[in-house]
Design a protein. Structure first.
Length: 129
């Protein structure tokens, strides 16, 4: 994993189960994002996906909560470092983009490192009248 204490914004890597255009849309908003498809990593298993993301200093975004939450715990218990894991239930591209941008605007790369976040934390807050 790159050692860059100066990095403020989270760099993202989207797993194969995330909409292929999400990384493109995130880049259009000025953030650093890449996808497993763009990197030709669609054949990698879950552990290899996290290894790739960690090696390149990227937080991994996935819908595969069932496998990545236990994988996150395994890495934690083994003392293996990564740039973060972000899990989310599936939403349409627009909602995924909104929630991901909220995460990127509120969580620093340092806060994300070795951490697990759920995009549910970044849903638009509805006010009651």
């Amino acid at each position: 994993m790159p050692d860059d204490d100066e990095t403020l914004f989270v760099a993202l890597y989207t797993d194969t189960d995330v909409h292929g255009k999400l990384a493109v849309k995130i880049r259009e908003k000025g953030f650093d994002a890449g996808s497993a498809y763009e990197k030709h990593n669609d054949g990698l298993n879950d552990d290899q996906q996290l290894e790739y993301a960690a090696l390149h200093g990227r937080a991994l975004l996935t819908h595969n909560t069932k496998h990545f939450e236990p994988l996150y715990r395994q890495w934690w218990e083994a003392g293996k470092h990564h740039s973060g894991v972000v899990v989310s239930q599936k939403f349409g591209l627009g909602e995924m983009l909104k929630r991901t941008l909220r995460l990127l605007n509120h969580v620093t790369a340092d806060e994300m490192r070795d951490n697990l976040k759920n995009l549910a934390e970044f849903a638009e807050r509805r006010t009651r009248h």
